[in-house]
Write a protein that binds this ligand. Structure first.
Ligand code: CTP
Length: 223
């Protein structure tokens, strides 16, 4: 169903360096995004995966992997690959903040403690939402702990997405580190599809099937 389409996917965490031996990051393992890359390739797409620092990698050797470390590197790789792509799926757990200052020498332990000043990173999804064309399909993720649908719908609109994949940390077996996920899809027309707890591979196919349905709906609208 995705033959002839180019798909950009980002996945995994990012690391924001404090000094040569320390960084800020999160618990993302990249499993969901890697499952999406393998499934999209299986659906016939040409896939570029911009991947943060994780242990695993896609099984399908035809997926082109671009390894990155920081949010800044992930943003520039995604922004340069995006114009040639038909679909972008932004599953990465991009760090929201980075140290305001990076130290090139190891910080020494001294005094009572320290205050680390942080500054926001670029929002990759929002940046792609600003440069997208009408024929490109943009899909984001939302990890929520409360008022899930409300927050995910707000992200869909503010980042100019077509579809958002919502995970709730209140659901057992969903989110970081699990082999399973329980997703809710919210599309640009506010149609909401809730799925049962499934393997991340099956959840990836549910997401891609929805993307294929949105592409087909666009084709019908332009007829
Ligand atoms: N995202 C991004 N760049 C960032 C932060 C988030 O591209 N610097 C993307 C994620 O990849 C995801 C979507 O934005 O597709 C939502 O991410 P999420 O962490 O749920 O939300 P935030 O926008 O970071 O908002 P908050 O942390 O306040 O919930």
């Amino acid at each position: 169903p995705l033959t002839g389409k180019r798909v950009l996917i980002n996945a995994g965490p990012t690391r924001e360096q404090i000094d040569p031996v320390r960084f800020i990051s999160n618990y993302s393992t990249g499993k969901m995004g890697i499952a999406l890359a393998d499934a999209a390739s299986d659906y016939g797409a040409e896939v570029v995966l911009v991947l943060g620092p994780v242990e695993r990698h896609p099984e399908d050797p035809s997926v082109k992997v671009i390894n990155v470390v920081s949010a800044g590197e992930m943003a520039s790789e995604c922004i340069s690959a995006f114009p040639g792509c038909d679909i972008a799926i932004l599953s990465a757990a991009v760090a929201d903040f980075m140290p305001a200052e990076q130290y090139d020498r190891k910080l020494k332990r001294q005094g009572e403690g320290m205050i680390l000043k942080l500054k926001p990173t670029d929002d990759i999804a929002a940046s792609l939402g600003r440069i997208r064309t009408g024929s490109q399909l943009l899909v984001g993720f939302a990890l929520e702990t409360h008022d899930e649908i409300l927050h995910a719908s707000a992200k869909l609109k503010s980042k100019n997405l077509d579809l958002i994949v919502m995970n709730s940390l209140r659901d057992e077996g969903a989110g970081f580190g699990h082999d399973t996920n329980r997703i809710t899809l919210i599309d640009r027309n506010n149609i909401i599809d809730k799925f049962e707890l499934k393997s991340k591979e099956e959840a990836a196919r549910d997401i891609l099937d929805k993307i294929v349905a949105l592409l087909n709906a666009e084709k019908d609208e332009t007829k």
